[in-house]
Ligand binder design. Structure first.
Ligand code: NAI
Length: 285
């Protein structure tokens, strides 16, 4: 779709990947709402985007449903209609699963999954109502497909938003709203600081200092892609109506191995019921 003159609402849009997406969409002539829990990120992002006429910066905690509605109202008041929702705000905790506390689970699932649910419940009816078409991007992660040790909570949240995107895509097919599961590999961002936004009410963590350090990304940061590269990739994915927006070919073998493992798990030589097959035929593969 032609993006110029339309409006995108990006949660976690004031830093890292969300800001990269904002830059790419701004360069395509879009109006932007960047909604973020951190005031300092909002201030810095407005400077970096340097387009006050096209950018509305809103403070928003995506886990606050009333605030999400208020943000949507403010966005519509400023720009009329929202066409693109990027459910991008996310946090991460890393460490052995048996040490995870309920607060570790609740905080991560609350932002990464419930925040995305809140975005969809708030925005999808509005997007469908204006009838000009739209696009919802759920920021997941390659971790949602290819988990590795220490990332059980994060992977659980990201696999959930991939499934949500796939199911919404099938359901909204033909109604003018495209849905994408965006699964980046490693990107230079501020996610290692995510703990700064963790509410005091959920501060009981089961993880030790060494796990928190592991979360900093080790010495590999320079190998990660930039937010600008990733933002461009997402903008192209939106323009091309892609279901999966992937960013890193380094994971190709992993993707193939996962797909092959699933195929190999289907017992061969079982009788097939053609009618049943048609009933459950996937809509988009
Ligand atoms: P980031 O920390 O630079 O940006 C995330 C933004 O979300 C921050 O500005 C933060 O203030 C905001 N945020 C956090 N909690 C929020 C809340 N409750 N409500 C509203 N805003 C909130 O991190 P990054 O890496 O750009 O993360 C963006 C998304 O990309 C996340 O969903 C993350 O899980 C995902 N991702 C990141 C990867 C990476 O390597 N950086 C790889 C794969 C996925």
């Amino acid at each position: 779709q032609n993006l110029s003159g339309k409006t995108a609402f990006i949660t976690g849009g004031a830093s890292g990947i969300g800001l990269g997406i904002a830059k790419a969409l701004l360069s395509r002539g879009m109006n932007l709402v960047i909604a973020d829990i951190r005031d300092d990120h909002l201030e810095d992002a407005q400077k970096e985007l340097n387009s006050p006429d096209k950018v509305l910066a809103l403070k928003l905690d995506v886990t606050d449903r009333a605030a999400f509605k208020a943000a949507a109202d403010a966005a519509e008041e400023r720009f009329g209609k929202i066409h693109i929702l990027v459910n991008n705000a996310g946090v991460a905790v890393v460490g052995p699963v048996e040490q995870a506390s309920y607060d570790d689970w609740d905080w991560t699932m609350g932002v990464n999954l419930d925040g995305t649910i809140n975005g969809v419940v708030t925005m999808l009816p509005r997007i469908l109502a204006h009838g000009e078409g739209g696009h919802i991007v759920n920021t997941a992660s390659m971790s949602g497909f290819l988990p590795h040790p220490g990332t059980v909570i994060y992977t659980t949240s990201k696999a959930a938003v991939i499934g949500m995107a796939e199911a919404m895509r099938a359901e909204l097919e033909g109604r003018g709203v495209i849905v994408s599961a965006f699964c980046p590999g490693p990107v230079q961002s501020n996610i290692a600081e995510a703990g700064k936004t963790r509410p005091d009410s959920m501060s009981d963590t089961g993880y030790a200092e060494s796990d928190k350090r592991r979360q900093q990304g080790g010495d590999f940061f320079h190998l990660y892609k930039t937010k600008e590269e990733i933002g461009e990739r997402v903008a192209q994915g939106i323009e091309n109506d892609e279901l999966y927006i992937l960013t890193h070919s380094e994971f190709t073998e992993g993707v193939e191995a996962r797909t092959q493992a699933m195929r190999a798990a289907v017992p061969d030589n079982l009788p097939q019921n053609e009618e049943l097959k048609q009933v459950f035929a996937p809509l988009f593969f």
